[in-house]
Write a protein that binds this ligand. Sequence first.
Ligand code: SF4
Length: 217
Amino acid sequence: MRRTAIADLSWEDLLDIMEREAKKRNAPVYSLKCNLNPFQILVSAILSTRTRDEQTAKACEKLFKVVSTPEDLLKLSEDEIDRLIKEVGFHRVKAKNLKKLAEILVERYGSNVPSEFDELIKLPGVGRKVANIVLANAFGKPAIAVDTHVHRIANRMCLVKTEKPEETERELMKAVPKELWHKVNKPFVGFGQTVCKPIKPLCNDCPFKDFCPKRDV
Ligand code: SF4
């Protein structure tokens, strides 16, 4: 069992503790419906970029009441999509991207979501983080989706020492056992939403407070 750099914790234990804390504190990431299909996972990951998790959850709830497939999305006009997702940041751009995404998935992929990184990354609105979220959450493939929460917390805890999320992804891939890669994102995000927040982290209430180096906090 591979250990983390802090308190001789295993990666399994670290992720379990983070998940437990996040759920106890009603982290928004755990309020999203769990039974999303790969297409909805892709759409929710696109909506989540540069947007607070609470706003993403609201937009997804509204959109997924009427959309569960690329065909459903294709039936909506760009303005209708925009109205449904207006809570998220850059909603006009995202509405345009989603419309284009639906067209591409229907025309080129038989309405399926591609399950290869190189294909995902070509889709409108999809960057490394979104592609890795889809690989990990929709297909259970070994991928570590590094967003701002993962990058910040991994550095505060000295699990990595990096400047950019892409470096964090590389370093975590060296440190975390491959079979756990797809499980990394959600507990980190939930923990970052509730305990190790960007501003004023709750160090006094944190289960890691006695051994976390709290780098740059
Ligand atoms: S002790 Fe503070 S910096 Fe370290 S993980 Fe907990 S909240 Fe984050």
